[in-house]
Unconditional design. Structure first.
Length: 212
């Protein structure tokens, strides 16, 4: 029997079945039950193993439906393209829920200040999941558009890429404002720089490594 059927609520399992996504990848087999149980996780594996999909499935599984105004999942990604790709996954896999997803990134056709205001208003009006780059998310936090007080999940995707882009400063500032919540970090490589980044907010996380 698929771990999806054993560990996921019925509507999410049915969505995965409709999309012919029944057999979980190895990283999902190793992490979903632990994430459901509330464990902090560091998941390590190369591109293509299903890290981002694991994030989306886990967040939908835990949040299930829209609730109040403040976000309950905050996902940091490296750039606009990754944010938009993950938003598409949320729309596909969460089509039987009413979860609200908001983006926070520097891209778009409007100027910087207008983009900041539009994204800030969207988040402030009520959302369940924020997917954002560290810089834009920190800017929104400073403008009091991003309320972190109700978080259940703080997630970093592509942690090694965050370091390459020199986002450590913004991440450090954001984590000081986090409430007690579950922490998930997904990375292609687990090295000293990644370990230093996450040591400031994770204590004794479970480390899961996959190769394919």
């Amino acid at each position: 029997m698929s771990i999806f059927k054993e560990k996921l609520h019925k509507s999410l399992f049915n969505t995965l079945t409709e999309m012919e996504f029944v057999e979980p990848k190895l990283i999902q087999q190793k992490t979903i039950a632990r994430i459901n149980g509330g464990s902090d996780i560091i998941a390590v594996g190369p591109d293509g193993v299903g890290k981002s999909t694991t994030i989306v499935i886990s967040v939908i599984q835990r949040l299930r439906e829209a609730f109040e105004d403040a976000p309950r999942a905050f996902i940091l990604v490296a750039d606009q393209a990754k944010a938009e790709a993950m938003e598409v996954q949320f729309k596909l896999l969460g089509k039987h829920t009413d979860l609200r997803v908001s983006l926070a990134h520097e891209g778009g056709k409007v100027d910087k200040q207008a983009g900041l205001d539009v994204q800030g208003e969207d988040i402030y009006s009520g959302t369940d999941v924020v997917i954002g780059t560290p810089k834009r998310s920190f800017d929104l936090y400073l403008k009091q558009h991003l309320n972190l007080n109700k978080l259940k999940f703080f997630i970093i995707d592509d942690a090694e890429q965050m370091i390459k882009l020199a986002y450590q400063g913004q991440i450090d500032r954001l984590i000081h404002s986090l409430p007690k919540c579950q922490h998930l970090v997904f990375t292609n490589d687990y090295n000293e720089k990644v370990e230093k980044l996450i040591s400031k907010f994770m204590v004794s996380p479970a480390i899961v490594e996959v190769q394919e």
